[in-house]
Ligand binder design. Structure first.
Ligand code: SF4
Length: 309
Protein backbone atom coordinates (compact mmCIF):
# COMPACT_ATOMS: atom_id res chain seq x y z
CA UNK A 1 0.00 0.00 0.00
CA UNK A 2 1.63 3.25 -1.14
CA UNK A 3 0.88 6.61 -2.79
CA UNK A 4 0.64 5.27 -6.35
CA UNK A 5 -2.98 4.14 -5.99
CA UNK A 6 -3.87 5.51 -2.59
CA UNK A 7 -6.19 3.51 -0.35
CA UNK A 8 -4.57 4.59 2.91
CA UNK A 9 -7.89 5.62 4.44
CA UNK A 10 -11.52 4.54 4.05
CA UNK A 11 -12.09 7.14 1.30
CA UNK A 12 -10.33 4.68 -1.05
CA UNK A 13 -9.62 7.39 -3.66
CA UNK A 14 -7.22 5.10 -5.60
CA UNK A 15 -5.48 8.18 -7.07
CA UNK A 16 -1.79 8.40 -7.89
CA UNK A 17 -0.71 11.05 -5.37
CA UNK A 18 2.54 11.66 -7.24
CA UNK A 19 0.36 13.30 -9.91
CA UNK A 20 -2.98 14.25 -8.38
CA UNK A 21 -4.70 14.82 -5.04
CA UNK A 22 -7.38 12.80 -3.29
CA UNK A 23 -9.92 13.87 -0.68
CA UNK A 24 -7.15 14.57 1.89
CA UNK A 25 -5.71 17.09 -0.64
CA UNK A 26 -2.12 15.97 -0.05
CA UNK A 27 0.48 14.72 -2.52
CA UNK A 28 3.13 12.07 -1.82
CA UNK A 29 5.32 14.72 -0.09
CA UNK A 30 4.90 15.08 3.68
CA UNK A 31 3.59 18.43 4.87
CA UNK A 32 3.49 19.47 8.51
CA UNK A 33 1.91 22.50 10.16
CA UNK A 34 3.56 22.59 13.60
CA UNK A 35 5.91 20.70 15.86
CA UNK A 36 6.90 21.24 19.46
CA UNK A 37 6.12 20.39 23.07
CA UNK A 38 2.47 20.57 24.11
CA UNK A 39 1.22 20.30 27.67
CA UNK A 40 -2.52 19.96 27.03
CA UNK A 41 -2.72 16.26 26.23
CA UNK A 42 -3.88 13.56 28.67
CA UNK A 43 -1.43 13.42 31.66
CA UNK A 44 0.47 10.17 30.88
CA UNK A 45 1.14 11.35 27.33
CA UNK A 46 2.10 14.87 28.38
CA UNK A 47 4.60 13.91 31.09
CA UNK A 48 6.57 16.73 32.75
CA UNK A 49 7.78 18.74 29.77
CA UNK A 50 5.06 17.99 27.24
CA UNK A 51 4.23 15.67 24.41
CA UNK A 52 6.32 16.01 21.26
CA UNK A 53 3.70 16.93 18.69
CA UNK A 54 3.94 16.72 14.93
CA UNK A 55 0.77 18.10 13.29
CA UNK A 56 0.42 16.84 9.72
CA UNK A 57 -1.31 18.97 7.11
CA UNK A 58 -4.48 17.56 5.53
CA UNK A 59 -7.11 15.14 6.76
CA UNK A 60 -9.25 12.41 5.20
CA UNK A 61 -12.25 13.75 7.16
CA UNK A 62 -13.57 17.30 6.92
CA UNK A 63 -15.55 17.73 10.14
CA UNK A 64 -17.84 20.72 10.59
CA UNK A 65 -16.43 21.37 14.06
CA UNK A 66 -12.73 20.85 13.26
CA UNK A 67 -10.56 22.91 15.62
CA UNK A 68 -7.56 22.57 13.28
CA UNK A 69 -9.39 23.74 10.17
CA UNK A 70 -6.50 25.95 9.04
CA UNK A 71 -4.41 22.82 8.48
CA UNK A 72 -6.92 20.01 7.99
CA UNK A 73 -8.30 21.39 4.75
CA UNK A 74 -11.78 21.97 6.24
CA UNK A 75 -11.67 25.63 5.25
CA UNK A 76 -9.32 25.34 2.25
CA UNK A 77 -6.31 27.04 3.94
CA UNK A 78 -4.13 23.93 3.93
CA UNK A 79 -1.33 25.55 6.00
CA UNK A 80 1.94 23.69 6.27
CA UNK A 81 5.49 23.19 5.02
CA UNK A 82 6.79 20.39 2.83
CA UNK A 83 9.57 18.30 4.37
CA UNK A 84 11.52 15.17 3.40
CA UNK A 85 11.34 11.88 5.27
CA UNK A 86 14.88 12.56 6.53
CA UNK A 87 13.76 15.94 7.93
CA UNK A 88 10.76 14.25 9.54
CA UNK A 89 13.15 11.81 11.20
CA UNK A 90 15.31 14.76 12.31
CA UNK A 91 12.26 16.35 13.88
CA UNK A 92 11.51 13.18 15.85
CA UNK A 93 15.07 13.19 17.19
CA UNK A 94 14.86 16.90 17.96
CA UNK A 95 11.66 16.44 19.99
CA UNK A 96 13.42 13.69 21.94
CA UNK A 97 16.28 16.11 22.63
CA UNK A 98 13.72 18.73 23.78
CA UNK A 99 12.69 16.32 26.56
CA UNK A 100 9.34 15.21 25.13
CA UNK A 101 7.60 12.44 27.06
CA UNK A 102 6.17 10.97 23.86
CA UNK A 103 6.20 11.46 20.11
CA UNK A 104 2.64 12.48 19.21
CA UNK A 105 1.76 12.01 15.52
CA UNK A 106 -1.40 14.02 14.87
CA UNK A 107 -3.52 12.93 11.89
CA UNK A 108 -0.80 11.06 10.04
CA UNK A 109 -3.13 8.59 8.29
CA UNK A 110 -2.54 9.95 4.79
CA UNK A 111 1.27 9.89 5.24
CA UNK A 112 1.70 6.42 6.77
CA UNK A 113 4.39 5.19 4.29
CA UNK A 114 6.53 8.31 4.85
CA UNK A 115 6.09 8.17 8.63
CA UNK A 116 7.21 4.53 8.72
CA UNK A 117 10.27 5.48 6.66
CA UNK A 118 11.05 8.40 8.98
CA UNK A 119 10.63 6.27 12.12
CA UNK A 120 13.07 3.71 10.70
CA UNK A 121 15.62 6.45 9.98
CA UNK A 122 15.13 8.02 13.43
CA UNK A 123 15.40 4.69 15.24
CA UNK A 124 18.67 3.95 13.48
CA UNK A 125 19.96 7.20 15.04
CA UNK A 126 18.83 6.47 18.59
CA UNK A 127 15.18 7.56 18.65
CA UNK A 128 13.42 5.73 21.49
CA UNK A 129 10.36 7.75 22.64
CA UNK A 130 6.98 6.04 23.01
CA UNK A 131 5.03 6.77 19.83
CA UNK A 132 1.43 8.02 20.04
CA UNK A 133 -0.91 7.63 17.05
CA UNK A 134 -3.30 10.56 17.46
CA UNK A 135 -6.16 9.90 15.08
CA UNK A 136 -9.73 10.72 14.14
CA UNK A 137 -10.45 6.99 14.02
CA UNK A 138 -11.33 7.24 10.33
CA UNK A 139 -8.72 4.66 9.41
CA UNK A 140 -8.15 1.68 7.15
CA UNK A 141 -7.39 -1.38 9.29
CA UNK A 142 -4.98 -2.60 6.57
CA UNK A 143 -3.04 0.70 6.59
CA UNK A 144 -2.96 0.80 10.39
CA UNK A 145 -1.59 -2.75 10.42
CA UNK A 146 1.40 -1.47 8.40
CA UNK A 147 2.40 1.01 11.11
CA UNK A 148 1.17 -0.83 14.20
CA UNK A 149 4.62 -2.26 15.05
CA UNK A 150 5.87 1.30 15.58
CA UNK A 151 2.96 2.52 17.74
CA UNK A 152 2.95 2.32 21.54
CA UNK A 153 -0.22 4.27 22.34
CA UNK A 154 -3.32 4.82 20.25
CA UNK A 155 -4.99 8.14 21.09
CA UNK A 156 -8.03 7.44 19.01
CA UNK A 157 -11.29 9.32 18.56
CA UNK A 158 -14.60 7.53 18.58
CA UNK A 159 -16.71 10.50 17.54
CA UNK A 160 -20.02 8.67 17.23
CA UNK A 161 -21.58 5.31 16.42
CA UNK A 162 -24.56 7.00 14.75
CA UNK A 163 -24.66 7.33 10.96
CA UNK A 164 -26.89 10.41 11.17
CA UNK A 165 -24.63 12.16 13.73
CA UNK A 166 -21.56 11.24 11.67
CA UNK A 167 -23.20 12.61 8.55
CA UNK A 168 -24.16 15.85 10.31
CA UNK A 169 -20.86 16.59 12.05
CA UNK A 170 -18.17 14.65 10.19
CA UNK A 171 -19.62 14.91 6.69
CA UNK A 172 -19.45 11.13 6.32
CA UNK A 173 -22.10 8.69 7.56
CA UNK A 174 -19.49 6.02 6.84
CA UNK A 175 -17.50 7.07 9.88
CA UNK A 176 -19.98 5.09 12.00
CA UNK A 177 -19.39 1.95 9.89
CA UNK A 178 -15.60 2.26 10.00
CA UNK A 179 -14.93 3.03 13.66
CA UNK A 180 -16.03 -0.28 15.21
CA UNK A 181 -13.79 -2.48 13.00
CA UNK A 182 -10.91 -0.10 13.76
CA UNK A 183 -11.48 -0.32 17.52
CA UNK A 184 -11.83 -4.12 17.29
CA UNK A 185 -8.56 -4.43 15.39
CA UNK A 186 -6.67 -2.29 17.90
CA UNK A 187 -8.17 -4.23 20.82
CA UNK A 188 -7.09 -7.51 19.19
CA UNK A 189 -3.54 -6.19 18.66
CA UNK A 190 -3.27 -4.58 22.12
CA UNK A 191 -5.76 -6.14 24.55
CA UNK A 192 -4.36 -4.36 27.62
CA UNK A 193 -3.68 -0.68 28.39
CA UNK A 194 -0.92 -0.02 30.90
CA UNK A 195 0.06 3.65 31.06
CA UNK A 196 2.92 2.88 33.49
CA UNK A 197 4.49 0.97 30.60
CA UNK A 198 3.22 3.55 28.05
CA UNK A 199 1.30 0.91 26.11
CA UNK A 200 -2.31 0.69 25.01
CA UNK A 201 -5.21 2.84 23.91
CA UNK A 202 -6.91 5.99 25.12
CA UNK A 203 -10.25 6.35 23.37
CA UNK A 204 -11.41 9.95 23.06
CA UNK A 205 -15.07 10.86 22.75
CA UNK A 206 -16.14 14.46 22.20
CA UNK A 207 -19.65 15.26 23.42
CA UNK A 208 -21.75 16.97 20.72
CA UNK A 209 -24.17 19.41 22.40
CA UNK A 210 -27.76 18.44 21.60
CA UNK A 211 -26.66 14.91 20.63
CA UNK A 212 -26.50 13.34 24.09
CA UNK A 213 -28.12 10.10 22.89
CA UNK A 214 -25.08 9.55 20.67
CA UNK A 215 -22.84 9.79 23.74
CA UNK A 216 -25.10 7.54 25.83
CA UNK A 217 -24.93 4.89 23.06
CA UNK A 218 -21.17 5.23 22.84
CA UNK A 219 -20.73 4.85 26.63
CA UNK A 220 -22.89 1.72 26.67
CA UNK A 221 -20.85 0.09 23.90
CA UNK A 222 -17.58 1.19 25.51
CA UNK A 223 -18.64 -0.42 28.80
CA UNK A 224 -19.77 -3.65 27.10
CA UNK A 225 -16.80 -4.20 24.79
CA UNK A 226 -13.80 -1.99 25.47
CA UNK A 227 -13.53 -0.81 29.08
CA UNK A 228 -11.24 -3.70 30.10
CA UNK A 229 -8.85 -2.92 27.25
CA UNK A 230 -8.97 0.85 26.72
CA UNK A 231 -8.91 4.00 28.84
CA UNK A 232 -11.64 6.53 28.14
CA UNK A 233 -11.14 10.26 27.65
CA UNK A 234 -14.47 12.09 27.66
CA UNK A 235 -14.08 15.56 26.16
CA UNK A 236 -16.42 18.55 26.37
CA UNK A 237 -14.41 21.15 24.44
CA UNK A 238 -16.77 21.22 21.44
CA UNK A 239 -16.39 24.44 19.47
CA UNK A 240 -19.30 25.17 17.11
CA UNK A 241 -18.72 25.77 13.40
CA UNK A 242 -17.64 29.38 12.72
CA UNK A 243 -17.45 29.92 16.51
CA UNK A 244 -21.22 30.61 16.65
CA UNK A 245 -21.66 32.17 20.16
CA UNK A 246 -25.36 31.27 20.19
CA UNK A 247 -24.67 27.56 19.79
CA UNK A 248 -25.95 25.55 22.81
CA UNK A 249 -23.30 24.23 25.22
CA UNK A 250 -23.46 21.07 27.27
CA UNK A 251 -25.42 21.91 30.44
CA UNK A 252 -24.36 21.07 33.99
CA UNK A 253 -27.24 18.56 34.19
CA UNK A 254 -26.13 16.85 30.99
CA UNK A 255 -22.52 16.71 32.18
CA UNK A 256 -23.64 15.22 35.51
CA UNK A 257 -25.73 12.61 33.67
CA UNK A 258 -22.61 11.49 31.78
CA UNK A 259 -20.52 11.27 34.96
CA UNK A 260 -23.34 9.25 36.60
CA UNK A 261 -23.56 6.92 33.62
CA UNK A 262 -19.81 6.27 33.68
CA UNK A 263 -20.13 5.33 37.34
CA UNK A 264 -23.10 3.04 36.68
CA UNK A 265 -21.19 1.34 33.86
CA UNK A 266 -18.07 0.97 36.02
CA UNK A 267 -15.87 3.00 33.67
CA UNK A 268 -12.99 3.83 36.04
CA UNK A 269 -9.88 4.13 33.90
CA UNK A 270 -9.58 7.41 32.10
CA UNK A 271 -10.11 11.13 32.07
CA UNK A 272 -13.05 13.50 31.90
CA UNK A 273 -12.73 17.10 30.83
CA UNK A 274 -14.26 19.75 33.06
CA UNK A 275 -16.65 21.92 30.98
CA UNK A 276 -15.57 24.94 33.06
CA UNK A 277 -12.31 24.74 31.06
CA UNK A 278 -14.16 26.65 28.34
CA UNK A 279 -12.21 29.81 29.12
CA UNK A 280 -9.20 28.10 27.51
CA UNK A 281 -8.66 29.06 23.89
CA UNK A 282 -8.90 25.64 22.23
CA UNK A 283 -8.74 26.90 18.64
CA UNK A 284 -5.08 27.07 17.61
CA UNK A 285 -3.79 29.68 15.17
CA UNK A 286 -1.32 27.89 12.91
CA UNK A 287 -0.28 31.12 11.20
CA UNK A 288 1.81 31.77 14.34
CA UNK A 289 5.02 30.05 15.45
CA UNK A 290 3.19 29.10 18.68
CA UNK A 291 -0.42 28.35 17.70
CA UNK A 292 -1.52 27.52 21.27
CA UNK A 293 -1.59 29.56 24.49
CA UNK A 294 2.08 30.07 25.46
CA UNK A 295 1.62 28.25 28.78
CA UNK A 296 0.68 25.13 26.79
CA UNK A 297 3.35 24.94 24.10
CA UNK A 298 6.98 25.48 23.05
CA UNK A 299 7.92 25.19 19.38
CA UNK A 300 10.71 22.82 18.45
CA UNK A 301 13.83 24.75 17.30
CA UNK A 302 14.47 22.40 14.36
CA UNK A 303 10.87 22.85 13.20
CA UNK A 304 11.30 26.64 13.31
CA UNK A 305 14.50 26.35 11.28
CA UNK A 306 12.62 24.33 8.63
CA UNK A 307 9.65 26.70 8.65
CA UNK A 308 11.74 29.83 8.19
CA UNK A 309 14.42 28.52 5.83
S1 SF4 B 1 -5.27 9.10 2.17
FE1 SF4 B 1 -6.08 10.77 0.89
S2 SF4 B 1 -5.84 10.09 -1.24
FE2 SF4 B 1 -5.58 8.30 0.09
S3 SF4 B 1 -7.58 7.33 0.18
FE3 SF4 B 1 -7.46 8.74 1.92
S4 SF4 B 1 -8.28 10.71 1.25
FE4 SF4 B 1 -7.88 9.45 -0.57
Amino acid sequence: MDYSSCTLCPNLCSVDRRKTLGICRQSDKVRIAWSGLHRGEEPPITGEKGSGMIFFTGCPLHCQFCQNRQISGSDGMNLGIEITDEELAGLMLSLQKDGAATLNLVTGTHFIPSIINALKIAESSGFSLPVVWNSSGYESVEALAMIDDYIDIYLLDCKTLSRSTASKWCGKARYADVIIPVMNAIKAWHPVTDMDRMKGTILRHLVFPGELQSTYDFLRLFAERYKDSFYLSLMTQFVPPKGDPGFPKITDEEYDSLVDLMEIYGIDDGFIQDPSDDDILWIPDFTRDVPFPASFADPDPYFLSLKHR
